[in-house]
Design a protein around this ligand. Structure first.
Ligand code: AMP
Length: 401
């Protein structure tokens, strides 16, 4: 009897392009909601994620393994980076040294220099000025005599801010008149500070732009943002009353920074709209809360475009799908069913423990017209406003994104 023909060899799972058959791994420094949403955008693209975060209950653990360690832990950063296709971060507070340690094992994108510039308000503002970007009048403050000198330059009303570590309105005091100066110094003095004029802006805007590995750039429509107590509450995109010239001016600001920092990935610049000009307040070298609407409201979300950029893949279109609005859910999640009863409302629950002021989720609404979007936004706000605040306290890192 003739033996059966030899079986053809089992196909190997080796990708001809040399890709890991299990899919490339993206290592993310930080495991908050931005890391989680990066993962939610990347999984359909065939990506795997792992995270470094100090919290054992980091919300990104739903996406991939979290190495629980301090963000200063360079050994942990190296371990998370080993074998990854690329390393990125989801929080601008990541120490640049941690990102550089990871770079010994995988490319880190964006370049960690962006962290150093964004982490110090004085370096950030002087970088804006060097790039020809308008900013509020400001002066460095190192001691009480320096504060008096800065008040002479900047005048009142003004905002005194810590140079490092402040976010979402934390680490800052408004000085309306001379009587506020001593109290602000008592609260913040001792750390390096910056004094800025209190800008009588008409509204706040943000611009999100992305730059790929080969230098191509794309910009999302300008976004109108609304803050309360320094925290983003809501936004509308595209921002109403933005003509082409204003859109271009916003993009030009972001593009200068992208080029200066040889940036790969998505960054956000927060702007004060003063009518005749745009002033840059600060930038975030990462995906941003004011861009969460892009998940449903744009052809390509900010999260997907950040991933495409850092992986060297083609960028996706940044065009909006109609008119979008976003409401942040702070403190505790409102009633799900009431939110979902609103037409074209999309709930994002970050699965974070309730805590006063904590960002626990957001809702995006989409409509064909600006008026329709505003009606849906109002409906979401009504549900949010009727939600009782949670009782304190629980622990966990608040994230500015
Ligand atoms: P920041 O932490 O710098 O993003 O500030 C948080 C919020 O405080 C901003 O979104 C503004 O609403 C307000 N703010 C910060 N700096 C100024 C300023 N120089 N003039 C007016 N408002 C400011």
């Amino acid at each position: 009897m003739t033996p059966p023909p030899a079986r053809p060899p089992a196909p190997t799972r080796t990708d001809p392009a040399g890709l890991d058959p299990a899919g490339p791994v993206v290592a993310v420094l930080g495991g908050g909601q931005l890391g989680r949403m990066l993962g939610l955008a990347g999984i359909p693209l065939g990506l795997n994620f792992r995270f470094l975060d100090p919290s054992p209950s980091a919300t990104a653990q739903a996406i991939g393994p979290v190495r629980v360690a301090a963000l200063e832990d360079e050994t942990a950063a190296r371990a998370v980076a080993t074998g990854a296709r690329v390393v990125t971060w989801e929080w601008e507070g990541i120490p640049a040294a941690t990102a550089r340690a990871a770079a010994a094992h995988a490319p880190v994108r964006p370049d960690p220099r962006a962290l150093e510039v964004a982490q110090d308000r004085l370096v950030e503002k002087t970088t804006f000025v060097r790039l020809g970007i308008d900013v509020p009048t400001f002066a460095a403050v190192d001691d009480q005599a320096g504060l008096r000198a800065a008040l002479d330059t900047v005048g009142l009303p003004a905002v005194l801010k810590t140079r490092r570590g402040g976010y979402d309105g934390k680490g800052q005091r408004v000085l309306r008149d001379a009587g506020d100066v001593d109290g602000a110094w008592a609260a913040l003095g001792g750390a390096p500070l910056i004094l800025e004029e209190l800008v009588p802006f008409q509204r706040e805007l943000s611009v999100l732009a992305v730059r790929g590995l080969t230098g191509e750039t794309a910009c999302y429509p300008l976004i109108e943002t609304e803050h309360g107590d320094g925290v983003l509450r809501a936004c509308r995109a595209p921002a109403p009353w933005v003509d082409e010239e204003r859109q271009e001016a916003g993009f030009a600001i972001a593009a200068r920074l992208l080029t200066e920092l040889d940036y790969v990935g998505l960054l956000t610049v927060e702007l004060f709209d003063c009518g005749d000009r745009l002033l840059a307040n600060e930038f975030a070298p990462r995906v941003h809360n004011s861009g969460h609407w892009t998940i449903e409201g744009s052809v390509t979300s900010q999260f997907e475009n950040h991933l495409r950029a850092i992986l060297g893949w083609p960028l996706g279109a940044t065009t909006g799908r109609g008119h979008s609005g976003l409401v942040n859910l702070l403190g505790a999640l409102p009633d799900r069913e009431q939110l979902l009863a609103i037409e074209d409302a999309h709930l994002h629950d970050y699965r974070k423990a309730p805590h006063p002021g904590r960002k626990v989720g957001h809702v995006t609404v989409i409509a064909d017209t600006a008026e329709g979007r505003d009606r849906r936004l109002a409906a979401v706000r009504a549900v949010v406003d009727s939600t009782p605040p949670p009782s304190p306290p629980t622990r966990g890192r608040q994230q500015s994104g």
